[in-house]
Write a protein that binds this ligand. Structure first.
Ligand code: AMP
Ligand code: FE
Ligand code: FE
Ligand code: ZN
Length: 278
């Protein structure tokens, strides 16, 4: 049954999700979602396939991405919506970022080797496939090869911030991400503010030119959802929301567990159309 529910934060195998882009659209249809956005980490490769599948299934698919940035030593994610995925500026940047991710994976594997963990880059890259390689792929390889019991242990012991195999990603400032997104005709929204535990950074982040903020997220408590919705209204920001589901192969799949109304998307679209005409 079709509802007015949407989900604007979903990952596929094009980054660290475990469902193909088409399968993400199929799952969304099975959950009765009216619209979704595919927001892979630093990658738009799955957008076309998800949109084509969505068209067949009657699920609206909004082109999206989740850009990794760094601010005050924190990993801050910026969601992009309604981007033109063929815009050279954005594509060039994503290619540079992907190459950098590969070099970072190499550095992490080197560190692990120095720590006595005999993981190979090939094993990691095999897990990433054609997608942008990230720490979750390395964590999976560590579990698979018996070095740790779980992905969370892999992060605790080796890959997490300040752990011995931690390597920083290519540094992009939030303001630069916002510019890239705007140049590609899209809207820039702060992803999952509740995860950062740094609400003190919010005013500076908003000042980077954000259009919206992800008030609804599967890791936000109802109290946080209310607080971020209020914050958005107060600052004149758009509200977005999504499950951040990474598929059934990565913990509990969260698609369908958050309530995001279609009205959020209508307001986003209104802002996007306004942006286009100015
Ligand atoms: P990367 O972009 O390579 O730095 O990887 C970041 C991704 O790793 C996040 O989007 C999460 O999916 C995952 N992640 C980060 N920290 C943890 C953790 N402590 N346990 C499990 N997954 C994590
Ligand atoms: Fe992820
Ligand atoms: Fe994120
Ligand atoms: Zn995400």
């Amino acid at each position: 049954m079709m509802t007015d529910r949407i989900d604007l934060h979903l990952h596929s195998t094009c980054s660290d999700g475990t469902s193909e882009p088409e399968a993400v659209a199929r799952n969304a249809c099975a959950h009765g979602l009216k619209a979704i956005s595919l927001t892979d980490h630093d990658c738009v490769d799955g957008v076309r396939a998800a949109m084509d599948a969505g068209e067949t299934l009657g699920v609206e698919v909004i082109p999206g991405a989740e850009l990794s940035t760094t601010f005050e030593g924190k990993d801050i994610h910026i969601l992009a919506y309604f981007i033109d995925c063929a815009r050279p500026g954005l594509l060039n940047y994503l290619q540079i970022f992907r190459d950098e991710r590969q070099r970072r994976a190499e550095r992490i594997v080197n560190r692990l080797n120095q720590l006595g963990v005999g993981l190979t880059l090939e094993a990691v890259m095999a897990r990433a496939g054609d997608g942008a390689v990230g720490r979750p792929h390395i964590a999976d390889a560590l579990v698979e090869e018996g070095y740790v019991f779980s992905v969370s242990e892999a992060f605790q012991k080796y890959l997490g911030y300040n752990r011995p195999a931690y390597e920083q990603k290519y540094l992009l400032l939030p303001g630069d991400a916002v510019r890239l997104i705007h140049e590609a005709g899209g809207l820039a929204c702060l992803a999952h503010p509740g995860i950062y535990n740094r609400d003190d950074l919010l005013p500076a982040l908003v000042a980077c030119g954000l259009d919206g903020i992800e008030a609804v997220h599967s890791k936000h408590t109802p109290e946080q959802v209310r607080r971020y919705e209020e914050f958005a209204d107060l600052c004149g920001l758009l509200k977005t929301g999504g499950s951040d589901c990474h598929g059934s192969g990565r913990g509990e799949p969260t698609m369908g567990t958050v309530y995001v109304p279609y009205a959020f998307l209508e307001r986003l679209r209104g802002a996007e159309v306004k942006g286009r005409s100015t």
